[in-house]
Design a binder for this molecule. Structure first.
Ligand code: NAD
Length: 330
């Protein structure tokens, strides 16, 4: 096997008969993950209705093409995404690193109590047709009381780990301050940050990534397309970004289109280059999305296009939006 460096960070392993996406270690978990991961939110039709059979095909195709990390949650499609992923992984579950979540069950339905998260875990094991979850995340912790999550929710998951039902424990959320405090306040394995490392926001590389590295915590970067903002099609109607950010992303898409380029391809290529994260998760509801995204990360980064697009986005760089309890964003 020969390992060929890409233009910058991402590498592909060129093997007899194909190309495999670079794999990286996920913190100190001992788990090896593909540098591009499969985001399961679209499987729950969170970004609009999907063809479910095509969604299952996309999962299997992604694995065939070297994507080995799959992320889902009971919240996505209110359990539908987990069910689809479980069906798609029948017979091949052992070849993937599987992550799901506990604690969020609806737009405003959160329950981080130990008994509920343990029941949730059992339900996920059934839907995902497995007896162990590789990485279990407490989902969107900014909506809970951090002290309780650290002193009750995480210890409950540690008991599940002792019983062999999960391999690694993490937290996910939007505000970087709450993720940093969680890293400092508990013995976590992984942290999942979203919408903080993409063309219009690279704040993940501020304090959080180095704090995670100091603690041996693996970092997962989700939403490299900023949940659809950085695509030619634009974001779903529910997208929480402020209007100025949405408008700037639209202008960036138009600037790319004028040059015959694809904003989504550039955005993904940019995001996967960073080595501060173990994997970058992108939502891929179809086989075509998988192929398109693998093609865009295999190409060299167009630095001159990147510079022009970053200039369009510069006025909104680092713009985020409120999420959860205000004290968790401080
Ligand atoms: P994303 O940035 O990956 O964008 C997804 C959207 O982009 C979907 O509509 C998808 O169809 C579209 N898309 C994908 N490839 C495209 C392409 N080449 N061209 C045009 N459009 C394309 O956002 P995401 O799905 O929210 O993030 C990825 C994954 O990360 C999620 O599916 C989920 O698994 C995880 N995630 C977790 C949390 C959390 O735990 N709080 C938050 C956000 C995301």
């Amino acid at each position: 096997m020969i390992i060929l460096p890409g233009d910058d960070g991402l590498r592909f392993e060129h093997m007899t008969g194909g190309v495999r996406v670079e794999r990286r270690l996920l913190g100190r978990t001992g788990l090896e993950v593909s540098a591009l991961g499969f985001g399961g939110a679209p499987l729950g039709s969170e970004f609009g209705p999907i063809d479910e059979e095509e969604g299952r095909r996309a999962v299997r195709h992604a694995l065939e093409r070297g994507i080995t990390y799959f992320d889902v949650a009971p919240y996505y499609g209110r359990t539908r995404a987990e069910t689809l992923l479980g069906e798609a992984l029948r017979g091949i579950r052992d070849r993937v690193v599987l992550a799901t979540k506990v604690g969020r069950y609806g737009k405003s339905n959160f329950d981080f109590r130990p008994e509920r998260v343990l029941t949730s875990l059992e339900e996920s094991l059934v839907r995902l047709r497995t007896d162990v979850i590789d990485v279990i995340f407490v989902h969107d912790i900014e909506f809970g009381e951090l002290g309780t999550i650290l002193s009750e929710t995480i210890p409950a998951l540690e008991r599940a780990r002792d019983q062999g039902k999960v391999r690694a424990i993490g937290v996910s959320g939007l505000p970087l301050p709450v993720l940093r405090r969680a890293i400092e306040g508990a013995s976590l394995d992984v942290v999942l940050s979203y919408c903080h490392y993409h063309l219009a926001d690279t704040t993940l590389q501020g304090g959080l990534a180095s704090r995670a590295a100091e603690h041996g915590v693996g970092v997962v970067n989700a939403s490299p397309l900023a949940m659809g903002l950085l695509t030619p099609e634009g974001p779903p109607e529910w997208h929480p970004a402020p209007p100025a950010l949405k408008a700037a992303c639209r202008r960036a898409a138009e600037a790319c289109a004028r040059e015959g380029a694809d904003l989504a391809a550039l955005a993904l290529r940019f995001a996967v280059d960073t080595t501060i994260v173990a994997t970058t998760l992108v939502g891929m509801p179809t086989v075509a999305h998988v192929d398109r995204n693998l093609e865009s990360i295999a190409r060299p980064l167009d630095h001159s296009l990147l510079e022009r697009v970053r200039a369009v986005l510069e006025p909104v760089d680092g713009t985020t939006w409120p999420s959860g309890r205000p004290e968790n964003s401080l």
